[in-house]
Write a protein of this length. Structure first.
Ligand code: DQQ
Length: 564
């Protein structure tokens, strides 16, 4: 062997063996294959997503200079299919007095006639939060490459008792039957969360309504509010300014590191919003995702008549390691979002376009998983995969009794992690598993019995996800509205190098986790189905695919698009 080859091997060995050093730019096991991320540096909230003249636009909070939050700019990427992305020039930079300390989150609105504009928060010279307007320079450019800030900025300022540090993140605006535009701005007042309501005839002069659209004494500051209609027949998405009896309205607010939502009825003439069950009321805790998912935003895709949701997935590693690897933050896969059949919650599913990355399928049906067994799913690339599995259960009468004190599902998942045996469950999948199983991320279900029904718990257990120290290895969980007597328990997980996005019960509960295995990376990563309950479960169907890499490139480096 030549001396140079030996040196390369020794160098790689040193990199791999050295924890933090292994995260340097030379070795990047945690970069994703099909989740959106910029080539380098910091990214947080998705901003102003929209579909314009056949092109999807995603803007996002970005630091052009470092892998930590700061210098917040609106970066801009476009796509023709929500899978492959092209990074364009930054759309908004913090270089005016009304946004010199940052161009923070905001949303896009199509004005009458179809002109897109964005409202965003500027952190001004005093670090006061103000709301600003920007519009495309050239409407005939479907890529909307250049953006011009309004000469009227700032349009909304923190006056009349609004605290200047708690006034941000304007929603997509909607137009009422009186022709007035409405927009919400996230706020904290008296220590609580508010969605302030503003109205305008010309989109320039905005007047604050005496009453907020909604507020809650159970929460702190509301960041990144979102407000939109969903159709009660649950089949198609609905444009933000549509109102009729066949819709309910969703209000989402970001607080406590999670995106919470409520459902309710909105009357546009009076701007009355009456919620079915309020935020955190009577144990209600509706969230888009019970894992790592924040500051999300939806938009109406007029092309395919659907509403699409994006969320920021933060790192769960130390800032030092983020700096070392040179980047921080992912976006979730775009998810289409609808009202469930029960009308009591939303359901989410990865947009169908993601499926074009599927390749190399492995599938089987009707396989018994005995209590205490694992089954390797081989023949795919487990570190970049899409897995769908459904379980049917025949021993439901054996389910353990639900203890009425188990009211916190996340706590229950933390206590009853994957190695803790139950009667019916834990069963599910082990993602990012090392051959010796010392590393594994378990996404699983447990079934309990309570009075006359069954209670299904869904968990994502990161406690053994990595042998590396210093990571946040949070375990997440939620109860999920499935009746296992009458339906199978299904799970879909999108596994992508350092992220697992899981959809239980056909999208009734989502849990996203960031994990950084030390040895279960690339081709040393394995995937298993498992059942650690006492009783057998049956895999009625399992389908797994390797996933191709999406093409996410800067405008100068574009290759031929996928032809399939
Ligand atoms: N991120 C933005 C704010 C928003 C927060 C700043 C939520 O506008 O409230 O980067 O993550």
């Amino acid at each position: 062997m030549e001396t140079s080859s030996v040196l390369v091997i020794v160098f790689c060995f040193l990199l791999l063996g050295n924890g933090v050093q292994s995260l340097s730019m030379e070795h990047q096991p945690y970069r994703t294959g099909f989740h959106f991320q910029p080539p380098r540096n910091w990214m947080n909230d998705p901003n102003g997503p929209m579909y314009y003249k056949g092109v999807y636009h995603l803007f996002y909070q970005y630091n052009p200079y470092a892998a930590v939050w700061g210098n917040i700019t609106w970066a801009h990427s476009i796509s023709y299919d929500l899978v492959d992305w092209i990074h364009l020039e930054n759309a908004l930079s913090p270089d005016d007095p009304f946004d010199i300390n940052g161009c923070w989150s905001g949303s896009a609105t199509f004005l009458t006639g179809g002109k897109p504009v964005v409202l965003y928060t500027g952190s001004d010279t005093m670090k006061h939060q103000v709301q600003n307007l920007a519009e495309p320079k050239n409407l005939s450019d479907p890529l909307l490459r250049e953006w011009v800030k309004s000469s009227h900025n700032p349009l909304m300022t923190p006056v009349d008792g609004i605290e200047p540090e708690f006034f941000r993140d304007p929603t997509t605006a909607w137009q009422g039957p009186d022709g007035l535009w409405r927009v919400l701005v996230g706020n904290r007042m008296d220590g609580h969360g508010w969605a302030l309501l503003y109205r305008s005839r010309d989109f320039i002069t905005w007047t604050r309504s005496k009453e907020p659209l909604h507020s809650s004494t159970r929460t702190g500051m509301w960041e990144c509010p979102d407000f939109y209609p969903v159709s009660v027949d649950g089949k198609e998405g609905v444009d933000t300014s549509s109102f009729d009896d066949s819709t309910k309205h969703v209000l989402k607010a970001s607080f406590n590191d999670c995106d919470h939502y409520v459902l309710g009825n909105y009357t546009p003439v009076t701007d009355n919003y009456s919620v079915d069950t309020d935020f955190l009321e009577n144990g209600s805790d509706l969230r888009y995702d019970y894992g790592n998912f924040y500051a999300s935003k939806t938009f109406f895709d007029g092309g395919k008549k659907r509403r699409i949701l994006w969320g920021w997935i933060q790192e769960a590693d130390s800032t030092t390691n983020d700096i070392e690897k040179g980047w921080s933050g992912l976006q979730s896969v775009p998810r289409s979002i609808l009202l469930s059949k029960t009308g009591k919650q939303l359901v989410q599913w990865p947009v169908e376009e993601i499926e074009k990355l599927r390749t190399g399928n492995v599938s089987f049906e009707n396989k018994k998983l005995e209590g205490g067994s694992v089954l390797e799913v081989s023949g795919i690339t487990p570190s970049q995969a899409d897995v769908e599995v459904s379980f049917d259960l025949s021993n439901l009468e054996e389910a353990e009794l639900m203890d009425p004190s188990w009211i916190d599902p996340q706590l229950l998942c933390r206590q009853k992690t994957a190695p803790v045996r139950g009667n019916i469950g834990p069963f599910g999948i082990l993602a990012f598993a090392s051959k010796d199983m010392t590393e594994q991320t378990a996404i699983f279900f447990r079934v309990f019995r309570s009075d006359d029904k069954h209670v299904v718990l869904m968990c994502s257990d990161q406690s053994r996800s990595s042998l590396r120290e210093g990571l946040k290895k949070e375990t997440y969980g939620t109860f999920i509205d499935i009746d296992p007597l009458h339906e199978k328990i299904s799970l879909r997980s999108l596994i992508d190098h350092s992220i697992v996005e899981s959809f239980g019960g056909d999208g009734r509960a989502c849990i996203t986790a960031r994990v950084y295995p030390k040895s279960a990376i690339d081709n040393q990563s394995y995937l298993y189905a498992f059942n650690n309950g006492t009783f057998d479960v049956n895999i009625s169907n399992l389908n797994a695919w390797s996933m191709k890499k999406a093409q996410i490139v800067s405008s100068t480096k574009r290759r031929k698009p996928h032809l399939d």
